[in-house]
Design a protein around this ligand. Structure first.
Ligand SMILES: [Mg+2]
Length: 363
């Protein structure tokens, strides 16, 4: 990845955080902490890894969000990817919306499984991976897990299963933010030396900074190269990443910001975006290569739809403009439907009048 590509991804991550927080603020409930900690991972996966151009293709890659409560992050990335309207994010958690507080299978393209009951998503991902191998499909399956989720016994049954069947098409992405609903993971139930435990269970195990796009790229490259076993990527992250008062703060596991908190969060993220744009203009070295990622032999830049969206992000408010345009179209469709309904009602009324008149004439 070049410096420019990395900076673009970082800007996109900030914009996604803004979308997530706006959705939660509108919904007045939801889970910001664990959503914000997986933004870079999902951004990277959906830009470079997951082949889902045709969301109905049986050969598409799958991502199962086993830590289902972080679904606002997935909704926002799917919207950025163009798989649903960005304006739909404003319907989060409404009773008539497909965007419920936890993923529902088939609600929108890219939601591959209903999850939220922790430990179950990884089991489904294992089944998808084994099924693909039996059918001879080349697809890859990713499961995103929380660290607190690893306390569930079912997770370990799935890990044994993945190892036993050498599911080299399965990549577990563990969001290691060391916080769960009740406090620090180390205090609630210490998981100790998790990387060693994955290794002992037959996984290729890679520990990375989950907010660093270069490390995410390297981990995915290693996953591709691993032919004899499943892969676990342990991503060290910060819960609530990107918003100062939410970072590493357990109280932001599951509540929405109020108006004042929301405004502060957006101010902070806007500031980060401005700084990243400045760095991009100045050509700041952020550790990228000038080879477009080819040094790692894994980059696929063919996703032109996403590329154009990332480039759009340099024009501030482009997402807001897109959302406004979508709302305008929805309003127009609604107005058209209402006009049509009114016309039909008028015509019916005229027909009734005609009938009455005809009847009156006959008397
Ligand atoms: Mg956690």
């Amino acid at each position: 990845m070049t410096d420019r590509e990395i900076l673009q991804l970082q800007i996109t991550a900030c914009e996604l955080r803004e979308l997530i927080l706006r959705a939660l603020f509108n919904a007045k409930s939801g889970h910001p902490g664990g959503s914000l900690s997986i933004v870079e991972a999902l951004t990277y996966l959906y830009k470079y890894e997951i082949r889902i151009d045709d969301p109905d293709s049986p050969d598409r890659d799958r991502l199962v969000l086993s830590k289902g409560h972080a679904v606002p992050a997935l909704y926002a990335v799917l919207a950025m990817k163009g798989l649903m309207p960005i304006s739909q994010l404003d319907t989060l958690r409404r009773i008539d919306s497909p965007l419920q507080g936890h993923p529902k299978l088939g609600s929108v393209p890219g939601i591959e499984m209903s999850t939220g009951s922790l430990g179950q998503g990884i089991s489904v991902a294992c089944g998808m991976a084994l099924g693909a191998k039996i059918r001879g499909q080349k697809l890859r399956v990713y499961a995103v897990l929380g660290d607190g989720e690893l306390q569930e016994g079912q997770v370990w049954e799935a890990i044994h299963f993945a190892s036993h069947y050498s599911l080299n098409n399965l990549c577990l992405m563990v969001d290691w933010n060391n916080l769960q609903i009740d406090g620090y993971v180390d205090d609630v139930m210490n998981l100790r030396k998790m990387d060693d435990r994955f290794r002992a269970n037959g996984f290729r195990t890679i520990v990375i900074d989950g907010h660093d796009f270069i490390e995410l790229q390297a981990a995915c490259s290693m996953f591709h190269q691993t032919k004899d076993r499943p892969t676990a990527v342990i991503m060290k992250t910060i819960k609530g990443k990107g918003v100062s008062y939410m970072e590493d703060a357990v109280e932001w596991h599951g509540k929405a910001p109020n108006e004042e908190e929301y405004k502060q969060a957006i101010l902070e993220l806007d500031r980060q975006i401005r700084q990243l744009r400045r760095m991009n203009q100045e050509g700041t070295d952020v550790g990228g290569t000038q080879t477009g990622g080819m040094a790692l032999g894994m980059m696929d830049l063919s996703d032109s739809k996403w590329d154009s969206m990332v480039l759009d992000s340099f024009a501030r408010n482009s997402l807001a403009q897109r959302a406004a345009a979508e709302r305008e179209m929805e309003q127009k469709a609604l107005d058209d439907a209402r006009q049509k309904e009114a016309r039909i009602a008028r015509e019916r009324m005229m027909k009734i009048n005609d009938t009455e008149t005809a009847g009156g004439d006959g008397e």
